[in-house]
Design a protein around this ligand. Structure first.
Ligand code: SIN
Length: 274
């Protein structure tokens, strides 16, 4: 048996790497999945090319990193509750992830990671941008770090998911997750600090008057979206992106209407931020 070795090509000095030399349609040994876990810790988001994986194979890959979760709002692929279709075509009124966010941060235990496989991509456009919340935190002044450390933010799924339903002409009366998390969280594996507020789910800072909380959040959203913390991933057919929601935010560009962009995401459960 030839011994496969990963080839890792970093994308920016701050985050992201393409990983070559692995076929994710085949089972991976514990050693190899440990290596990939280590790469995710180092690079925060890792990418694979030319991965023609089935839904079962995508789920099997995801389960190497933890239990898979079912999305609290979006419908899943038939017979695969843990698989979230990501799809846009000429009939779409919106797409997933059009604003900066960390997936489902309104959960009490937000997902550790998300793995997105796109099998159909537009000729041009449909990129996903990723931003390192470690780099965003590290770039703050010591005074600002002291102010933010210890603040708690409210993350509420309701406004986002009801707004999305309204775009589809629906009045969604379901209860959605709501949780409180530190504005600056500590990554449970690396121990590094990362900013953990985003404009999709964060609605307030606990204990601050609304105007002060809103101004603080707006400052952070502007700060977090600076290009030096980012990379822009250009998809190809059968690319996979695997990002760590605990230290990375992302945004999907919908600049390819009416073309089709389509694939599937599995989401790996996480734990309570601290
Ligand atoms: C998402 O998971 O937020 C969607 C990302 C994408 O479609 O690029």
């Amino acid at each position: 048996m030839p011994i496969e070795t990963f080839k890792v090509r970093p994308i920016t000095p701050v985050l992201g790497a393409e990983v070559h030399g692995v076929d994710l349609s085949k089972p991976l040994s514990g050693c190899r999945s440990d290596e990939l876990r280590g790469m995710l810790m180092d690079y925060q988001v890792i990418f694979f090319r030319d991965q023609n994986v089935s839904l079962e194979q995508l789920k099997r890959f995801g389960r190497l990193f933890g239990e898979l979760e079912v999305h609290p709002y979006a419908s899943s692929q038939n017979g695969h509750p843990e698989v979230l279709p990501i799809h846009a075509d000429a009939k779409s009124k919106q797409v997933a992830g059009e604003r900066w966010h960390s997936d489902v941060s309104c959960d009490a235990e937000p997902p550790m990671g998300s793995i997105l496989h796109l099998h159909t991509v537009p000729e041009v456009g449909g990129d996903t941008l990723f931003s390192s919340m470690y780099a965003a935190y590290d770039a703050l002044s010591e005074k600002m770090k002291q102010y933010l450390d210890g603040l708690i933010a409210v993350h509420d799924g309701g406004p986002n998911y009801r707004r999305r339903a309204a775009i589809e002409g629906l009045d969604d009366k379901r209860d959605f997750p709501r949780a409180e998390h530190p504005v600056v969280r500590t990554h449970p594996v690396t121990g590094r600090k990362a900013i953990f507020v985003n404009p999709v789910f964060t609605t307030a800072i606990r204990g601050l008057p609304e105007n002060e909380g809103d101004a603080t959040l707006q400052f952070l959203y502007n700060h977090n979206s600076q290009p030096q913390f980012q990379l822009r991933f250009r998809w190809q057919e059968n690319s996979i992106a695997f990002w760590d929601n605990r230290c990375v935010q992302h945004i999907a560009m919908w600049d390819y209407y009416p073309q089709v962009r389509s694939g599937n995401r599995v989401t790996v459960k996480g734990d309570k931020p601290y």
